[in-house]
Design a binder for this molecule. Structure first.
Ligand code: SAH
Ligand code: SF4
Length: 348
């Protein structure tokens, strides 16, 4: 529909300035637009009343302002979790989730439409990859909820890239998006408020470690047994556990930042005391934290979540080795926003 137009959220500030130059406009106009998009959260040129009328018209001809069309919003019964399904301009679908906590408003956003990794337990993996999201499509998810929260006199406090897709297979667009969301002249959310979750794309973990950002890193580990992990997560054959842990140690040494390990507890599969001991042995001495998430059942995966008793046993084993660990509450399960990737906060 708008495919010949540039999505305005895809542009960095220098790129926007160059576009305005091409229109014969001074560069301060680009700054005005930038502030209108990311700080006053405007959604069309007509709303940017600081601009002359003719420029608003030109912008409307040149740029698309609507990356996402909300298709459906589903609220959990307690109204603390809202999942929104969006259609992209080409009709592909993505999801994002807003979670209300006492003092936080956390967004779980997507980096791709679908995912090509094919983890057997994951609803997104069962559906396959449609395509990467552009940086603007990633940014637009946050701006959408920021506008929604602004109407309630509220604001986004945390962003987790744990929705659909593998962020480190769309690395550049994810980093560009986070850059705009973090930049104090743009959206301005503090770097430590962001978390990227990866299935373990080793070369990108190293690139990320070298990038020197303050974003948090989470690794979806789920087991340290290579055979089992390869069955659950096919890409483990390319990036096996030993190498993955080495990359994590590299990240921690390089950044002095804590890494989070995500561990979906699957009854009788990866949740025994021996499994916990093996995990503790592998990650011993690393600055880290383990998030235990009882499996969210999905149609394509015939296993059950670990009981909360066994989850506590698993957690205690880790703690006996001085490994900090939490069991997550599964948020939004009844609205299928709890499929794990649409992650929740944790409490014990
Ligand atoms: N692709 C990235 C980020 C999206 S998935 C990654 O895999 O890390 C976000 C998290 O949800 C991952 O830790 C993933 O393993 C987890 N997850 C996916 N399906 C799940 C399920 N059915 N139950 C529990 N956790 C799940
Ligand atoms: Fe992709 Fe992550 Fe789901 Fe695996 S768990 S299929 S990497 S979204």
């Amino acid at each position: 529909m708008n495919s010949q137009k540039t999505l305005i959220y895809d542009l960095s500030l220098p790129e926007l300035e160059a576009q305005f130059k091409a229109l014969g406009e001074p560069s301060f106009r680009a700054k005005q637009v930038w502030v209108a998009l990311y700080q006053t959260l405007r959604t069309s040129p007509d709303e940017i009343t600081t601009l002359p009328k003719n420029l608003r018209k030109k912008m409307g001809e040149r740029f698309s302002f609507q990356a996402l069309t909300p298709v459906r919003a589903i609220e959990s019964k307690d109204r603390q979790t809202v999942k929104t399904l969006f259609s992209l301009e080409d009709g592909h679908l993505i999801e994002a989730v807003l979670m209300y906590y006492d003092d936080r408003r956390t967004l779980c956003i997507s980096s791709q439409s679908g995912c090509g990794i094919g983890c057997s337990f994951c609803a997104t993996g069962q559906m396959g990859l449609n395509r990467d999201l552009s940086s603007g499509e990633i940014v637009a998810q946050v701006l959408y909820f920021a506008r929604q929260l602004a109407e309630e006199d509220d604001h986004v406090t945390n962003v987790v890239v744990m929705g659909m897709g593998e962020p480190f297979l769309n690395y550049d667009n994810v980093m560009d998006a986070l850059d705009r969301l973090n930049n104090p002249d743009a959206f301005g959310l503090g770097a430590r408020r962001f978390t990227i979750s990866t299935v373990g794309i080793i070369p990108k973990i190293r690139t990320f470690a070298d990038a020197g950002t303050q974003y948090n890193l989470a690794i979806s580990l789920h087991t340290v047994d290579d055979d089992l992990r390869s069955r659950l997560i096919p890409i483990n054959k390319v990036y096996p556990v030993g190498d993955l842990i080495k990359a994590c140690r590299y990240y921690v040494n390089k950044t002095s930042r804590r890494v989070t390990f995500e561990y979906a507890l699957i009854a009788g599969v990866n949740d025994s005391v021996e499994d916990a001991e093996a995990l503790a042995k592998k990650i011993r001495g690393m600055i880290c934290h383990v998030n235990l998430i009882p499996l969210n059942p999905t149609k394509g995966f015939d296993e059950a979540p670990t009981s909360s008793e066994q989850a506590s046993v698993f957690c205690e084993v880790l703690e006996s080795h001085n490994i900090p660990c939490t069991i997550r509450i599964r948020r939004g399960i009844e609205i299928e926003a709890g499929c794990g990737q649409l992650a929740a906060e944790y409490t014990k």
